[in-house]
Design a binder for this molecule. Structure first.
Ligand code: CA
Length: 231
């Protein structure tokens, strides 16, 4: 049985819809993505999702209409709703929050911010994200803390997001482009040199386990898997 929390994405712009789905999947959600209010209503005939990510400008109406109808129904009253909208004026945001949205993220958004807000909302609904671990490395996304061999390691936000990205995909080769998008976002695309430098810094911070962040020449990097200590 699939025990992942379910997210419903309602966004008519295909590229944004794809990005939202990808980001939420990386956060551990099972994602259903639709492009209209009508599609959303059909999706909501099934079991209530654990999170709704909602655009406002949809071909068949304002996303807030859906928000209001979610709030009006017993089964979906408490489903967290994150509105992601190009309507960025303060008044628009207030309208959104009054309309029943739990959070309002202006477009264009930074992937890391979307991920953080989605996590925060789901956490409110579930009470706690699972810490990530691989061998001697442990990372708690909620507390923004990292340990190696049980000792705290101080990381800058970029390093933290980088490590988190690796821990979520142990053993997989991650390209520089993927890491750029995931950690730095579309807005400020760093050079591949910057990614290289950030990985090198992260390696140093991780001390004797830093070598597990392997460079895969011509592709990118991967976190080499290691059995958990004591096994
Ligand atoms: Ca739209």
């Amino acid at each position: 049985m699939d025990r992942r929390p379910a997210a419903l994405v309602v966004e008519d712009e295909a590229s944004v819809r794809g990005l939202l789905a990808e980001l939420l999947e990386a956060e551990g959600f099972r994602v259903e993505a639709v492009s209209s209010l009508d599609g959303a209503r059909r999706a909501l005939d099934g079991p209530a999702p654990d999170l709704v990510v909602l655009d406002r400008g949809l071909p068949d109406g304002d996303g807030l209409e859906l928000c209001r109808s979610l709030r009006a129904k017993e089964a979906t009253r408490f489903v967290p709703v994150l509105v992601v909208s190009g309507r960025v004026r303060v008044e628009e945001r207030v309208v959104g929050l009054r309309g029943g949205a739990d959070d309002y993220l202006p477009k264009p958004f930074h992937p890391a911010e979307l991920a953080a807000r989605a996590r925060a909302l789901a956490r409110r609904a579930f009470g706690g994200a699972t810490p990530l671990a691989s061998g001697a490395i442990r990372l708690d996304p909620d507390r923004h803390e990292c340990w190696v061999d049980g000792l705290p390691v101080v990381l800058w936000p970029t390093e933290f997001e980088l490590l988190r990205t690796f821990l979520e995909r142990p053993g997989r080769v991650l390209t520089r482009d993927f890491l750029c998008e995931r950690v730095w976002g579309h807005a400020a695309v760093p050079t591949s040199r910057a990614v290289e430098t950030a990985v090198q810094r992260l390696r140093r911070r991780l001390g004797h386990v830093g070598g597990r962040l392997e460079t895969v020449r011509g592709y990118g990097f991967r976190l080499v898997e290691e059995p958990a200590p004591g096994y």
